[in-house]
Design a protein around this ligand. Structure first.
Ligand SMILES: Nc1ncnc2c1ncn2[C@@H]1O[C@H](COP(=O)(O)OP(=O)(O)OP(=O)(O)O)[C@@H](O)[C@H]1O
Ligand SMILES: [Mg+2]
Length: 219
């Protein structure tokens, strides 16, 4: 096996972080290509904060995060390029560009990541019918699907997702996650998924629980 196949896409070492009180201490995690990792834990346990730390958005109080072998909080010049071109982040709230149509939202994302629009993503997320409408006129679930499609347009190597299917009925949620898991497999990418949904967590290769300041492996 080649070295590149063995090295993790993401490696976090001894991550600790506090706001007014400590959230977690000495968290270690590695994620390899084609892997999906689910993080569960009660509200306020720090799941979103951990995701922000691992996805270039928040420097931890201590510890290191390596993405594609780069120590991201020590190499400022790499961090923007990695964020723009190689990782995708689906937030708990979707942050679509409100004045724009669905297709314009997708085009901006593809352009910033220097990628082409992939029509198969539009088809597979069931958003073709609403593609020219202003995102503010879409239903909550349609907005959520556009926002996931928008992130995948970047062709990220690691996808971070915070409750990506929270607004969707079970069937639509399953369909959307089928597409996401297919994407991970086909693009040899990886998924870091925060969810309260045990059924969804069980579809991932590994599951961790954030509890008592640590990340405990459930399976
Ligand atoms: N920027 C911030 N400044 C101060 N405190 C913060 C900040 N972000 C989060 N917190 C606090 O840190 C704790 C963990 O927040 P976080 O959003 O990571 O939880 P979570 O596990 O994602 O919860 P939920 O399941 O409700 O989304 C909370 O108590 C929150 O109030
Ligand atoms: Mg959260």
């Amino acid at each position: 096996m080649k070295e590149s196949q063995l090295s993790p896409l993401l490696k976090a070492t001894n991550i600790s972080h506090s706001f007014d009180y400590p959230l977690f201490n000495n968290i270690n995690l590695e994620i390899f290509q084609k892997e999906s990792i689910a993080i569960v834990g009660v509200s306020g346990s720090g799941k979103s904060t951990l995701m922000h730390i691992l996805s270039t958005l928040l420097k931890p109080n201590s510890g290191k995060v390596f993405l594609f072998g780069k120590d991201i909080y020590n190499q400022k010049k790499d961090i923007l390029k990695i964020r723009r071109e190689s990782i995708g982040i689906i937030f708990q709230s979707h942050y679509l560009f409100k004045g724009f149509s669905a297709i314009e939202n997708l085009e901006v994302a593809a352009m910033l990541a220097k990628k082409e629009i992939d029509n198969s993503i539009i088809e597979s997320f069931g958003i073709k019918r609403v593609i020219n409408k202003k995102v503010t006129s879409l239903s909550g679930g349609e907005q959520q699907r556009v926002s996931i499609a928008r992130v995948l347009m970047k062709k990220p190597k690691i996808l971070f997702a915070d409750e990506p299917t929270g607004n969707l009925d079970r069937k639509t949620a399953n369909d959307v996650m089928d597409r996401v898991f297919e994407y991970i497999e086909q693009q040899k990418a990886a998924l870091f998924l925060v969810t309260h949904d045990e059924n969804l967590a069980k579809r991932c290769n590994r599951m961790y629980k954030l509890e008592n300041l640590t990340l405990k492996r459930v399976y």
